[in-house]
Design a protein around this ligand. Structure first.
Ligand SMILES: *Cc1c(COP(=O)(O)O)cnc(C)c1O
Length: 292
């Protein structure tokens, strides 16, 4: 069903790194122009399940700049599902013409339904979901950020057999934890999977533990820059420099924080000499203009 438009590959980054350290970037951002990176992996088996269960409507949740909303809208457009996006912030209903994510989602046929932040907090409540069923009819539900067991399964397909042989460390940005869970599940026990949360809070450890019983992973919580979508001049400068040196675009919400953190840990000799590190470029470039 969901077809990538290009294959992902590993690109070695020729940054000047100490002690024989090798850093490769897995270009998942190239899989699809909008359904990019991990959102592609997370949707694949969900779309199959929705199709097999005979659903024609997919409903999901997200914020105004959500890569997940953008991906679901594009996937619905491409594969013939009606899509409904429940968007946090009722104030947006009266005008979102300068929000590229929402404008593009609407242009792809997504019905945007704006709700207050307090209603949005009920996004997992049975009663609230039943209300939505009454309003919109029967739908296939994908949770906020797209993380469920089908998503984790999709993310087990990111690493290739060669990646499992070659790399000592696998590193990725963490939002809801689905992507890292799939990486952990598919990793070899001698590999260590490091997650760099894009948001503040200790709850993410238990979120990840929902999906895996393996122990070869760790969250590194020092690089969220104050919380979700918070940035600093130092981060933006790092991103600009990284892009100049590598010719690879990254964004400030997820991949910028991941690579900033990795560079900092390398500088602080966190990694043993000759470590082979694979960082996952999870995409997410669709909302970039609005963020920098
Ligand atoms: C959504 C997203 C993430 C976070 O993925 P989770 O599975 O929610 O942890 C990371 N990077 C990018 C670019 C994203 O869009």
């Amino acid at each position: 069903m969901l077809k990538s438009q290009a294959a992902s590959f590993n690109q070695q980054l020729n940054l000047s790194l100490p002690d024989g350290i090798e850093l490769h970037l897995k270009r998942e951002d190239l899989l699809h122009p909008v359904i990019s990176g991990n959102k592609f992996r997370k949707l694949k088996y969900n779309l199959l399940a929705a199709h097999e269960q005979g659903h024609t409507i997919i409903l999901t949740f997200g914020g105004a700049y959500s890569n997940h909303i953008a991906a679901v809208a594009a996937a619905g457009h491409e594969y013939g599902f009606q899509t409904i996006g429940i968007i946090r912030g009722e104030e947006l209903a009266s005008g979102y013409t300068n929000n590229k994510t929402l404008v593009t989602a609407a242009a792809q046929g997504m019905h945007l339904h704006f709700i207050s932040r307090s209603d949005y907090r009920q996004k997992q409540d049975i009663d609230f979901l039943e209300q939505l069923q009454q309003q919109f009819g029967s739908f296939y539900l994908i949770p906020e950020g797209g993380t469920n067991s089908q998503a984790v399964l999709g993310c087990t397909e990111i690493l290739t057999p060669q990646d499992k042989q070659h790399f000592d460390f696998i590193c990725c940005a963490v939002g809801t934890g689905g992507t890292i869970a799939g990486l952990i599940e598919s990793s070899n026990p001698n590999q260590e999977v490091l997650g760099f949360p894009a948001l503040k809070g200790d709850f993410l450890v238990s979120e990840v533990q929902q999906w895996t019983t393996k122990k070869n992973w760790k969250l590194i919580s020092d690089y969220h820059f104050g919380g979700y979508a918070k940035v600093s001049d130092e981060l933006l400068q790092f991103i600009a420099q990284f892009e100049r040196q590598t010719q690879v675009s990254i964004e400030p919400i997820y991949t910028g924080k991941l690579l900033f953190g990795l560079q900092d840990l390398i500088n602080k000799n966190y990694f043993p000499a000759n470590s082979r590190i694979l960082a996952i470029h999870t995409g997410g470039l669709q909302g970039k203009q609005s963020l920098m």
